[in-house]
Design a protein around this ligand. Structure first.
Ligand code: SAM
Length: 265
């Protein structure tokens, strides 16, 4: 039976569809999906990755925002009976409904890749690992180490929640239409709270944001400019054994955690 025609791509929804089966195979292999696993795919699009995931996994939940693509995949449901097709915005979809242990595999829509990533990390107690296609530049910021020019809020917040590595780059030729930016696949292995309780994490996030708000200033000055009381900040910097002139960009994630514990909100 011939397949129904796929609807044309909509640029504003980040629709750059993978067309290279080798990349699909590499993504599924990196995710180490087994027949008993539950998988979440965000943005199944025309289904190239969905089909491969369905073959490897026990169950796949595929959340797509575009009703045309959702309808297109529904017509092809017989090709992947173990896939639950959901028409929803992944930024609003209730992730807590998914089983603990679900693996996330997605070629993310780039216009919302960062908020989606943070939403997934907020629910990391149910996602042991994620394999995500992102803009290459975002991937570099995610994995950047202290002292590197790419190191910033995104690096600290993501590395707080997960160990990650950039697994491989993907050429624009592997998509239709071709994206205007480079792409890369990142493997994230999530970790539970790292020395902070869930209740302390908003304070940690606020501190990291304020610390990087004025990159060329010292940490103490950047925090002061963002409304922190200078006295406890200086005490915390000294107690952590850091120079009073230290800058945010050289602090490790663990040092941010220590400072967050010592600096009152
Ligand atoms: N997985 C397919 C592939 O690899 O060819 C499509 C990937 S394409 C980069 C991103 C997909 O995410 C598109 O199908 C797009 O419609 C969908 N999408 C965009 N915004 C979304 C959102 N907020 N929630 C769920 N899906 C979304």
């Amino acid at each position: 039976m011939s397949r129904p025609d796929s609807p044309p791509a909509i640029k504003r929804l980040g629709q750059n569809f993978l067309i290279d089966p080798n990349i699909v195979r590499k993504i599924v292999a990196l995710a180490e999906v087994r027949p008993t696993d539950s998988v979440l795919e965000i943005g199944p699009g025309r289904g190239i990755l969905t089909e491969a995931l369905a073959q490897a996994a026990g169950r796949v939940t595929a959340v797509e925002i575009d009703p045309r693509l959702h309808a297109h995949l529904t017509e092809r449901q017989a090709d992947f009976p173990n896939v639950t097709l959901v028409l929803a915005d992944a930024l609003a979809y209730p992730l807590e409904q998914l089983p603990v242990g679900t693996i996330v595999v997605a070629n993310l829509p780039y216009y919302i890749s960062t908020p989606l990533l943070f939403r997934l990390l907020e629910h990391r107690d149910r996602f042991p690992r994620m394999v995500l296609m992102l803009q290459d530049e975002v991937a570099d910021r995610l994995v950047a180490k202290p002292g590197h020019s790419d190191y910033g809020v995104l690096s600290v917040m993501a590395q707080y929640a997960a160990d990650m590595r950039k697994a491989f780059k993907v050429s624009a030729q592997c998509f239709r239409p071709r994206p205007e930016v480079g792409s890369a696949v990142v493997l994230l292995r999530t970790r539970p709270h790292r020395g902070l309780s869930a209740a302390e994490e908003p304070q940690f996030a606020a501190l990291v944001k304020a610390a990087f708000a004025h990159r060329r200033k010292t940490l103490a000055n950047s925090l002061r400019d963002e409304g922190y009381d200078p006295q406890p900040v200086m005490e915390a910097i000294e107690a952590a054994g850091l120079s009073p002139a230290v800058r945010a960009e050289v602090l490790s994630v663990q040092q941010f955690v220590e400072l967050s514990r010592r600096i009152p909100a």
